[in-house]
Design a binder for this molecule. Structure first.
Ligand SMILES: *[C@@H]1O[C@H](CO)[C@@H](O)[C@H](O)[C@H]1NC(C)=O
Ligand SMILES: *[C@@H]1O[C@H](CO)[C@@H](O)[C@H](O)[C@H]1NC(C)=O
Length: 475
């Protein structure tokens, strides 16, 4: 295919020369359409730059500002960006990917030997990773504002609660105290939501003085244990929900440092979208900002969804899990479709996850992407690999870099061109890497990660069974 195209360009040039046209500009123009020109300084924003708020989150009824955990805009950092430890972020990212893969393969095994076992494996939890995005939600009466990680890969919403009977990790905002809220209710252990815990968390609820007790593990020794409770949740002044089931965690430990808890946006019955389905019909959308100096948005309901969103059906590969499945059918690099046989994608399937940082591809698809990307980046000096990223460039001394555009095609005809910040992972000027990695096994699902989602409007339509994308959702 690429031979055809080069041939086409040569023919155009020859024709132009023969006809004495100045059409080299035309050929160049075609190239520019297929590439992004990025200012290197934009990959490394100054930590002192001030926060720019998303107008969508500020002006839309059911919309919350989304901030990166480490960013200038985060409530947790008092406006001072902290330098993230990229190697640690990528190590945790691999742990999260491993836990997603093991959940999916466990589901397959469960189907095989369905009613055989009643034991819950001790380590069935998902790993949280650390590439997380945060929203602030009001809990209780009077409302207590708390910063929560939002996670499309898990279901139970929880926050740390007083009294901390064993340990609570340190968090920035005061810990929620149910005894100072007039809208807090304990949930009985014979209730339906208590029975839902086993699918929502992987662990059945238990009883303590007839109150329902939950426990959820996230690998890496992170966990939250406490009472399943019912409370008033205030998203915005107009969007207030009485009686949302959530975990009031009196024993919590792990990688959540600074953050009050988690907002579960998965597909299980206990997830926040399922509990608010009457109002929002299980529809939410978000845009993850391209840098820590911008906020993005998390918006519930369908009212503010742009008409340019292209949808793809939620694939059945993730049925029985909380994940949102996708069917990738092709990848285009610099305007050229990679030669990847369709079974490379269809055999393992794919899913989209808000908490996985780097997109994972089946090994053959990644190899094709890497070689096409490298070929088009040949003018830039390459440098050593780092962590899970094996294709890196030394861009010291460059002011701009021209990189090929990357687009994903999904079943149903949706073609999604990644934003310019969705292709490279910048460690430092002398080490800027292709932000994709290959799975180690052909049978492991591909995961569409949050670096690639940056600046896209991503729509989750749980009721319609589809996921959608549009460009330019935020800065
Ligand atoms: C909920 O249960 C805990 C533990 O039994 C108890 O201390 C607390 O007073 C209960 N709260 C309410 C509002 O019933
Ligand atoms: C990166 O490139 C710069 C400028 O060409 C050079 O001085 C530097 O040694 C290179 N660094 C590495 C790690 O290769």
């Amino acid at each position: 295919m690429s031979i055809h195209r080069d041939l086409f360009n040569i023919i155009v040039i020859v024709l132009c020369v023969c006809l004495n046209w100045d059409c080299t500009k035309g050929v160049q123009g075609r190239r520019e359409i297929d590439s992004h020109i990025i200012q290197l300084s934009s990959l490394f924003p100054s930590p002192s730059s001030s926060c720019v708020l998303s107008t969508k989150a500020s002006n839309t009824k059911s919309s919350l500002h989304v901030t990166h955990r480490h960013g200038t805009c985060s409530r947790l950092t008092n406006g001072k960006a902290t330098t993230p430890d990229h190697v640690e972020i990528l190590r945790l990212d691999q742990a999260r990917v491993n836990s997603i893969h093991s959940k999916l393969s466990k589901k397959v095994n469960d189907r095989v030997r369905q009613s055989q076992s009643t034991n819950v494996p001790a380590k069935s939890g998902s790993t949280l990773g650390s590439g997380n995005y945060i929203v602030t939600v009001g809990i209780g009466t009077p409302k207590h504002d708390l910063s929560l990680i939002f996670d499309t890969g898990s279901d139970l919403t929880w926050t740390q609660c007083e009294p901390c009977v064993q340990t609570c990790y340190s968090q920035k905002e005061p810990i929620f105290n149910p005894s100072s809220s007039s809208s807090y209710y304990n949930v009985s252990c014979s209730s339906a939501p208590c029975s839902s815990l086993s699918s929502a968390t992987g662990n059945a609820g238990s009883c303590s003085a007839s109150n329902c007790v939950y426990g959820i593990q996230y690998g890496d020794q992170s966990f939250s244990v406490g009472y399943l409770a019912k409370e008033k949740f205030t998203l915005t002044s107009s969007d207030v929900f009485n009686g949302v089931y959530f975990g009031c965690g009196e024993n919590n430990q792990g990688l959540f440092t600074g953050i009050a808890g988690l907002l579960g946006l998965g597909r299980d019955k206990l997830s926040f979208p399922s509990q608010t389905a009457k109002t929002y019909n299980k529809i939410f959308s978000y845009c993850l900002p391209s840098s820590s100096r911008y906020t993005g948005h998390l918006t519930f309901g369908s009212a503010a969804i742009s008409s340019s969103v292209k949808f793809t059906p939620i694939s059945t590969i993730t049925d029985g899990t909380s994940f949102y499945g996708l069917d990738i059918v092709g990848i285009t690099v610099g305007g050229r479709k990679l030669a990847i046989s369709s079974t490379v994608f269809s055999t393992p399937g794919a899913l989209i996850d808000s908490g996985t940082v780097i997109t994972r591809l089946p090994p053959k698809a990644y190899a094709a992407l890497r070689s096409a990307f490298k070929a088009q980046m040949s003018k830039y000096p390459s440098t050593s690999a780092v962590s899970i990223l094996d294709t890196c460039f030394n861009l010291s001394g460059y002011k701009t870099v021209t990189i090929p555009k990357v687009a994903f095609s999904f079943s149903g005809g949706a073609v999604v061109e990644l934003g310019s910040k969705g292709i490279l992972y910048p460690f430092k000027m002398s080490q800027v890497c292709l932000a994709f990695a290959g799975n180690s096994d052909d049978n492991n699902a591909a995961i569409f990660g949050n670096v690639q989602q940056q600046t896209l409007e991503v729509v989750y339509d749980g009721a319609g069974g589809r996921v959608g994308f549009a460009p330019n959702g935020c800065s």
